[in-house]
Design a protein around this ligand. Sequence first.
Ligand SMILES: [Zn+2]
Length: 179
Amino acid sequence: MPDEISHLIWAYLMLKHPKISSHPSFQKKRDILATYFFAILPDLGNLLMLILLLGFMRYNNIQSSIGPGAMENPTVQDAFTSVRVIYYIFHSYVTMAVLLLIAYVLLRRLYLPLLLGMGLHLTLDVFTHRDATALKPLYPLSDATINGIVHWGSWTFYIAEIALMLVYTLWLYRATRKR
Ligand SMILES: [Zn+2]
């Protein structure tokens, strides 16, 4: 399943956890919506990268279509290397910590929708993004890349993920029915 759908389903499942669904930080509709928003926020950086890259190609009159073909163009390759920083910034625990700090200053409390949504996204991505998409989870404090265990687009991961979702849903069903 596409990465984004997977992030949203996990956020949904976590929000259904009895400890989370009964927590004061997750009672309002806007807190639930915020959790979903933060669960996809890191990948909005990818969208920003794409827009910048397309803008760059238009500005420089590069005719090649977006995709692997465009990447063969050295000018596009260079531009991609520059905008890649956005990917690392949006997928960094350091960024999350900074956002949590800003939220703390504004709200005077630990903003849990941000911690749950973005924390879930980053942790899932650290394990499932390999090679070219491998994360630098502590960027810009550290340049270290972490190679995931399994690629999110692989069949191995699909099967493991769906199995995990099913097991968790069954557990959730039993746990919530008992109460
Ligand atoms: Zn991501």
